[in-house]
Design a protein around this ligand. Structure first.
Ligand code: DON
Length: 307
């Protein structure tokens, strides 16, 4: 097998030449302005060796990838009681779908669809002003990555707010079922700001290391979550991390992964590597087209699939 450095460099070269790059999301104006030519990849191995390629250092809007960090924080805050308000099943529906909430008592299928992430944001608000809850999420990802330059892009957060009619509908609907504890503007304020986190592939792969390392931050040795909780978060990423494209992602890549509509994907090869890819063009399910292809080639060439 060629070494990981060569594999990562070759995949980045192949992605730079790829003719079909998918469609950049347009429903949030700042995302529409990003060039589909961009591609970045960061692979951090268990021993800390980092392999960076393409635009691996360019910050992008991590969007729904933030749902992994918000879930981790909320589990730390409320424990497994969280599962009384959010399910653990794949939805088989689009990320912003409302239909299942009607027959399922306002309990979202899982924490990675928008409805579920809004409930998680509501939990992070408990005992906090929105600004404090947002600060807590930002501090958490900075600590995970060991990098204080990670920031929230206020222009993206504003645009989310201005265009967030569907998210407001989801929040109102769940509030009607009693599954949100705070006024919807506050809960959505937290959700929109977490989606607006800007991180590079390198920062994202660093932040994801605890999921590769049985819950520990390899820099400090401190436990972020228990090994059991890390395993369970990985299981949810595998089954629900790509919405109605989760089965296809498991089939092609076979790693726990979480996508965002900005074109980022965080993928975890347990015990082996934390991986982030970014390419803003999306496939028909709203997941990064080249990001998925790059991960598929990475696991083919490294044998890192969990299956
Ligand atoms: O809620 C939204 O519309 C966005 N802020 C986040 C959605 C997202 O990233 C879905 N992912 N593919």
């Amino acid at each position: 097998m060629p070494d990981i450095a060569t594999i990562v460099r070759e995949i980045a070269e192949e992605m730079a030449a790829a003719p079909d790059r998918g469609q950049v999301a347009t429903y949030i104006p700042p995302l529409a302005a990003v060039s589909p030519r961009r591609f970045g990849m960061a692979v951090i191995e268990a021993d800390g060796t980092a392999h960076l390629a393409g635009d691996a250092e360019a910050p992008f809007s991590i969007q729904s990838v933030s749902k992994v960090f918000a879930l981790t924080l909320a589990l730390g805050k409320v424990g497994d009681q969280l599962w009384q308000r959010v399910g653990r099943e794949p939805s088989g529906s689009a990320f912003n779908s409302i239909v299942q909430l009607e027959t399922e008592s306002g309990i979202p299928r899982n924490p990675f669809i928008n409805a579920g992430a809004i409930v998680v944001a509501d939990m992070l608000l408990a005992g906090h002003a929105p600004r404090e809850a947002i600060g807590e999420i930002l501090r958490f990802v900075r600590a995970l990555a060991g990098d204080d330059t990670i920031f929230i892009d206020e222009a993206v957060a504003r645009a989310e707010q201005e265009t967030g009619y569907r998210n407001a509908a989801l929040a109102n609907y769940m509030h009607a079922f009693g599954n949100l504890a705070h006024p919807i503007e506050r809960t959505l304020g937290v959700y929109f700001h977490q989606c607006a986190l800007a991180m590079s592939c390198r920062q994202l792969a660093l932040a994801g290391r605890y999921l590769m390392a049985r819950g520990r931050n390899p820099d400090t040795g401190f436990s972020i979550v228990s090994p059991q909780r890390a395993r369970r978060i990985n299981a949810l990423m595998m089954t629900c991390g790509h919405y109605d494209g989760s089965g296809e992602f498991a089939y092609r890549v076979g790693l726990p992964g979480k996508s965002g509509v900005g074109g980022g994907i965080l993928a975890v090869a347990p015990g082996k590597a934390s991986i982030a890819v970014w390419s803003p063009g999306l496939n028909e399910r709203g997941n990064s087209l080249l990001g998925t292809l790059a991960l598929e080639r990475l696991v083919q060439r490294t044998g890192w699939s969990v299956f």
